[in-house]
Design a protein around this ligand. Structure first.
Ligand SMILES: Cc1cc2nc3c(=O)[nH]c(=O)nc-3n(C[C@H](O)[C@H](O)[C@H](O)COP(=O)(O)OP(=O)(O)OC[C@H]3O[C@@H](n4cnc5c(N)ncnc54)[C@H](O)[C@@H]3O)c2cc1C
Length: 541
């Protein structure tokens, strides 16, 4: 007998059944990253019959590889894009309000080595702070050199004049994705991972009538009629646009951002280090995340797409060398616990898009002649606003009943404000109690998976039963986040995770062995081994 879960409606087998039984969907969303999940939540919450299809796992793409900031974008302010910053700061406030179990307020310290920067950043960040209005976090302030040293204990103090402290939001991106999928289901929507859209169907006037999709575990093909189809496939939007009209020019091009993860001893404490302009004119940030440090810089445009991008060697070297200039202890390749890359869908210039209508600047929302709606660009922070605009557009395109958006005040699954002190399960919000119940019921599930990590066996069982995890990678990369924090530790946990999953899913030893082989091969990409470098096209700041 299994302990109560509280999530009886989030079951893949039930969703597959519903897919077979539904004659026509109001909205089918292609892509289960931040953008697609946001659209599916919005559509379901307005009462539309909604289906989301993801070819891999939820947030397998860019949406698990972000810097994990819920932010207005200090950089956009410096570029004078005031509207974008206002919009993102408002959305930051809503996310803190609707998912308090996943988003926290993070203090950032900019150390200043010149008085001019002290003034510049002090004024700029005060404006940033004030622009948040009623959703303002803590107050921006100037710091003495002594205070900077106190807040950033391992900072290089040579020539240090002072600093500025400001605040932004921080979150767990892949966990928010899972919670959005669950929220969509709670609102009556259906979400399926490992189901790839392989074609679009049209009537004899060329209008979209649905999609063809393949469920990748069984190989079964579905023909799914829909009134509106939304292409929310991130850096893959071009592929769907070309399915729609083969001659379509690329709408986006990928831009790679690399993060390396270090032990927290390189910068102990709770404050993040932010360098808005390194001597090479780039950004560098060192942010505490899950008891580790996430270190990254600005993106580099590429000309190739992948669900598992390989981090550019030049970027890894830049990050380590530059971090070494600001930290007392210089990180080396041997110190890197994990390295990962994400691809940002950068909107290509409008003239490259044919037979489409541009609607927004900060992200791209376009409608093809066939009625295919494409939404891309933007950022995690603004996923809700992007979704609202997309569903508004779908109502117009598909003549759906006019229904107002309700997500500004919609609590995201797991909503919980009372964190239990020192409980690593707090990230599950209201589900924490169910996982504790699972452990009470079967105490062996309270054992940790690795001596250096707090994650327990019950979390693996929970991920399979209630979070639609299907592979060892799903659990270690996007449910527990270990692959992103420490690839070697993840490899050590993998056999136990595979055994627990096999028990839950009724799979044999052969399945476990295959899973282990695949996971080990994948995890090696998160370790710093010699790699064949891909040449960047150029570098953006
Ligand atoms: C390095 C980096 C750092 C970032 N940091 C931040 C940050 O700190 N804060 C912030 O707000 N934003 C940040 N962003 C931006 C943010 O991460 C992205 O805007 C967002 O994740 C994009 O989500 P998406 O859903 O559009 O794309 P994705 O997450 O890539 O999702 C697209 C999905 O579509 C699926 N798909 C593709 N083709 C098909 C098909 N045929 N059938 C079914 N599914 C398909 C893919 O498998 C994929 O899962 C960052 C981006 C990068 C690159």
């Amino acid at each position: 007998m299994k302990a109560a879960s509280g999530l009886a409606n989030f079951r893949r087998e039930l969703f597959l059944q519903e897919v077979k039984n539904t004659p026509v969907w109001d909205i089918i969303v292609i892509g289960g990253g931040a953008t697609g999940l946001g659209v599916a939540v919005d559509a379901a919450a307005r009462g539309f019959k909604t289906l989301l299809l993801e070819q891999s796992d939820f947030a397998k793409g860019t949406s698990s590889r972000s810097t994990k900031l819920v932010h207005g974008g200090v950089r956009y302010l410096a570029q004078g894009d005031i509207k974008l910053v206002y919009e993102a700061l408002y959305e930051r406030g809503l996310l803190l309000q609707n998912a308090p179990h996943l988003v926290n307020i993070q203090s950032f310290v900019i150390p200043n080595y010149s008085w001019w920067n002290e003034m510049l950043y002090g004024v700029g960040l005060t404006v940033y702070d004030l622009m948040a209005g009623k959703y303002r976090l803590n107050k921006t302030g100037l710091l003495s050199g002594k205070k900077v040293k106190q807040l950033l204990p391992n900072i290089n103090t040579e020539g240090l004049k002072g600093g500025v402290r400001y605040y932004d939001g921080q979150f767990d991106d892949a966990r928010l994705a899972i919670n959005l999928a669950q929220t969509c289901a709670e609102q009556g929507g259906v979400v399926l991972n490992y189901t790839k859209v392989t074609g679009l169907t049209k009537d004899n006037t060329g209008k979209i009538t649905g999609v063809q999709a393949q469920e990748l575990e069984s190989g079964e093909i579905y023909h799914l009629p829909a009134k509106a189809v939304v292409n929310a496939t991130g850096v893959f939007v071009n592929d769907i646009l070309q399915m729609n009209a083969p001659a379509t020019k690329p709408l986006v091009r990928p831009s790679q951002g690399v993060h390396v993860v270090l032990d927290s001893s390189f910068l102990p404490g709770e404050n993040a280090l932010m360098i808005p302009k390194t001597p090479d004119g780039r950004v560098l940030f060192v942010v505490p995340w899950h008891q580790h440090l996430l270190v990254g810089t600005t993106d580099t445009p590429l000309n190739q797409n992948s669900l598992e991008p390989t981090a550019l060697e030049t970027e890894i070297d830049f990050i380590l060398d530059t971090a070494g200039k600001y930290l007392v202890r210089k990180p080396t390749r041997a110190d890197v616990k994990s390295v990962f890359a994400g691809l940002r869908p950068l909107a290509a210039p409008t003239k490259n898009t044919n037979s489409t209508k541009e609607i927004s600047r900060s992200h791209k929302l376009i409608v093809a002649d066939s009625g295919l709606i494409t939404i891309t660009g933007g950022k995690w922070t603004t996923y809700r606003k992007m979704a609202e605009e997309t569903v508004d557009e779908a109502i117009t395109v598909a003549h759906l009943p006019e229904t107002p958006c309700s997500t500004a005040n919609l609590k995201i699954h797991g909503y919980f404000t009372e964190k239990v002190k020192n409980d690593s399960l707090n990230i599950y919000g209201s589900d924490r109690a169910f996982i504790r119940e699972l452990i009470n019921y079967e105490p062996a599930l309270g054992q940790t998976l690795h001596p250096d990590f707090p994650q327990v066996q019950a979390e693996v069982v929970w991920a399979v039963r209630n979070e639609m995890a299907r592979t060892v990678e799903d659990v270690l990369a996007r449910r527990l986040r270990i692959l992103f924090l420490d690839a070697r530790a993840a490899m050590k946990m993998a056999p136990q995770v595979a055994a627990l999953m096999a028990g839950e899913l009724d799979y044999d030893l052969a399945w476990q062995e295959k899973q282990l082989l695949e996971f080990t091969q994948l995890a090696e990409n998160y370790l710093l081994e010699p790699q064949i470098p891909i040449q960047p096209l150029s570098t953006t700041y």
